[in-house]
Design a protein around this ligand. Sequence first.
Ligand code: KG4
Ligand code: ZN
Length: 347
Amino acid sequence: MLILGIDTSCDDTCISVIEVKSQKSKVKSFKILSNITSSQAKLHAKYGGVYPFLAKREHQKNLPVVFKKATKGIDVSEIDLIGVTIGPGLEPCLWQGINFAKDLAKKINLKIVPVNHIEAHILANFIEENLKLFPAICLVVSGGHTQLILMKKIGEYKLIGETRDDAAGECFDKIARILGLDYPGGPAIDEQARRWKFEIRNSKFEIKLPRPMISQKNYDFSFSGLKTAVLYDFRSRSPKVRKSKEYIQEMTKEVQQAIIDVLISKTIGVAKEFRVKTIILGGGVAASQELKKQFKTACLNSKFKHLVPPKNLCTDNAAMVGVAAFYHRDKATFDFEKIEANANLKI
Ligand code: KG4
Ligand code: ZN
């Protein structure tokens, strides 16, 4: 079975074709035939975040080009199903992907599966069949979301906790802007923090940031205070220090560790409380090697199984949408009128 996935929930235009081999509804193998992402990061860099109507216009322009690349060497008439993200995300952007999916589906007479973007981040881990994992706790950490979700099985979720203000990825992006680093901030901070370990390795400025809500007996997060703490520290330094590689690297290392400490501590806590078997990580922030490493160690120490998607399936992509569409193929429909963008779609 060939599935074409589409995601335009934020600033990446993503189309993928995956091949699923299954027998008696059991997955035998998933194969990614193409997974094309056209990033608008450079365009939005000057705003320090995504500018929705600019993103919408770019999606409109990029979709046919990305589609052409994603279906190169693939007979489009062989595609069996289309999966498209309907939310959560930026509404004008979501509509671009949805309308593209509808036009294509009408042209080649295919059904569409509406896909939840958060669930797709989780199901990026199910590109291989994973058995005996449930119940699981999923930590979804992206630019728009930081959520702890109890997963009883594929399709059955309960939101346990989430951020009360900024998402972890958003916090990285805003702090990178304060420090004068590139957008998106997550990879830029990851890189600077990694360099500190090799180049500096001693703590000259002794920066100590808060770990917001780490000891509170709930499973919510808050990251906006962390951003403010960075801003105060940054403003207290001389212009020379602010620009120095020692300060930037030491600050990014501490920012990264503060976020990782909170994410891991809360996740392990909720996993113990709900007595789950597995912890599943997903979302753009999961692309951080350091988070992955510390997450794996924490899971092993507490005897939880763990799943982390491959790096190319952490940040927004359409292969994860194809995988989600496969698991929800019973929701495939020709009733396109009912497929609508829902910016605040919940898991
Ligand atoms: O899942 P995603 O691609 O888009 C949303 O659904 O929001 O996540 C994007 C977020 C951005 O905030 C970006 O800074 C962050 O993921 N990110 C990272 C890394 N790569 C991307 N954060 C930390 N370390 C990274 N290597
Ligand atoms: Zn995402």
